[in-house]
Ligand binder design. Structure first.
Ligand SMILES: O=C([O-])C(=O)C[C@H](O)[C@@H](O)C(=O)[O-]
Ligand SMILES: [Mg+2]
Length: 437
């Protein structure tokens, strides 16, 4: 029950539930390989002394679970309003060096992997769950707890992927109705389906899969099919500086921005110096520590924030403020996620002034969710909820079903590995060396 004037006692965390799940994912291709048929996520529930439950969601791979478990224990007895305290708590979490040394996250698609970033990726789910619980207790939406919305809906872009029609034969998976997309016609057909189903008007193509000429042809086909619509191409750092400049020249008249054409700040700075096409990143600026070099070198013009690894919704707002100071735009990156995270993304995006680019979201690719009601895109936009908390409700039966799938897995799918998933179809596949082209 929610108190009219919640006291400290009401806001005390009495219980924390962690539920690792495996979520169906279509065979989406990227430069590292292909998505697994099921991807791990972690659902966090924070329950207060008066029985109010807040929910959060983050990456569910083993290295995140290892930190989430001790963190959950330490959270008990604290106040859901003590959001700054979450970071102090996280500082004490010991990170196994083998989880970070010499590694980049998920095949390198999400930038550097540091102990702090790992901790922040865990903290973010608890921060969102605490905000949800606090909002419910106070009768206020999460955006109000962040200072209030400056828009009533948030625009998202269609996240186009090269994809197979189905996961390899013999691999247990859920069928999808998107069909294959392996050439320009397939990508345009996929984009049309996105607009029919969700009304998106801006498009991002995940590149780095085929040689750049083929991806240039796909973007040209999109430009012909959707004249004047914002288009982006993201090869996840698969190109050399020289190749990036060729692509920028070829597509400069139709691109809203190029996303991580080359890997790392020095290479991005070189590309930026040779083209007027803005560069966006979710790879070379993924922590506050990476900002000074990237911004002073003019390496990026748009930072694609991801509240999961930036440490939550309040850190995302801090990032937006730093970006604004330097005249750098901010928008949003996305990985496979469910409705809890989409709700969280929408609340924070609603509070950020000067959001000039549609945010990314993988959500349309997820046929499964843990909510009682899926979040809808209308005209490519999500309406900002004014209901208390995030404005979403957990469907316990759905959560249990996806958790059972995680329990039944022998460990093969519990850590996302796009290279290993590709090896099922192509036994000789190895993570491509970068630059690939
Ligand atoms: O924008 C990005 O770079 C991403 O979303 C990285 C992701 O890992 C994406 O490429 C994926 O899930 O294949
Ligand atoms: Mg990207």
């Amino acid at each position: 029950m929610t108190a009219a004037h919640p006291t400290a006692a009401h806001l005390t965390v009495a219980e924390v539930r962690l539920t690792p799940i495996l979520v169906a994912d279509p065979p989406l291709l990227n430069t590292q390989g292909v998505h697994q048929p099921y991807t791990p996520r972690l659902i966090v529930e924070v329950v207060t002394a008066d029985g109010t439950t807040g929910v959060g969601e983050t990456y569910g791979d083993t290295k995140y679970l290892e930190l989430a478990r001790p963190f959950a224990e330490r959270l008990k007895g604290r106040q859901v309003s003590d959001l700054n305290g979450l970071f102090t708590l996280a500082d004490d979490l010991a990170v196994d060096r083998s989880r970070i040394s010499g590694q980049v996250d998920v095949g390198g698609l999400r930038g550097v992997q540091t102990a702090d970033k790992l901790r922040l990726s865990v903290v973010s789910a608890f921060e969102v769950a605490c905000l949800d619980a606090l909002g419910k207790a106070l009768g206020l939406p999460v955006h109000a707890l962040l200072g209030g919305k400056v828009r009533d809906s948030v625009e998202y872009s269609a996240y186009l992927f090269y994809k197979w029609a189905a996961h390899p034969d013999g691999v247990p998976s859920e069928p999808d109705d998107w069909g294959a997309a392996l050439d320009p016609a397939g990508i345009v057909a996929q984009a049309r389906r996105f607009t029919e189903r969700h009304g998106f008007t801006s498009f991002k193509l995940k590149g780095g899969v085929f040689p750049p000429e083929q991806e240039i042809a796909a973007v040209r086909a999109l430009a012909a099919a959707f004249p004047g619509h914002p288009l982006r191409l993201d090869p996840n750092g698969a190109w050399s500086v020289a190749t990036s400049l060729v692509v920028a020249k070829e597509l400069g008249d139709v691109l809203e921005y190029l996303e991580d054409p080359a890997l790392g700040t020095p290479a991005m700075a070189e590309v930026a110096a040779g083209t007027d096409v803005p560069l966006a990143t979710n790879m070379c600026v993924t922590t506050f520590a990476e900002i000074p070099e990237a911004f002073t070198r003019g390496a990026v013009q748009v930072v694609l924030s991801d509240h999961h690894y930036w440490g939550g919704l309040r850190n995302t707002r801090q990032l937006a403020a730093v970006c604004a100071t330097f005249g750098v735009d901010v928008s949003m990156h996305s990985n496979t996620h469910l409705g809890i995270s989409l709700a969280a993304m929408t609340h924070v995006a609603a509070t950020v002034p000067g959001l000039h680019h549609a945010c990314d979201s993988h959500y349309p690719w997820q046929s499964e969710d843990v909510l009682t009601e899926r979040i809808a895109f209308e005209g490519g936009r999500v309406t900002v909820s004014d209901a208390p908390g995030l404005g979403v409700e957990l469907d316990r039966e759905r959560l249990d079903r996806l958790h059972r799938r995680w329990l039944d897995d022998d460990g093969t799918l519990r850590d996302r590995d796009d290279t290993a998933a590709m090896r099922v179809a192509d036994p000789d596949w190895v993570t491509p060396a970068v630059p690939r082209w």
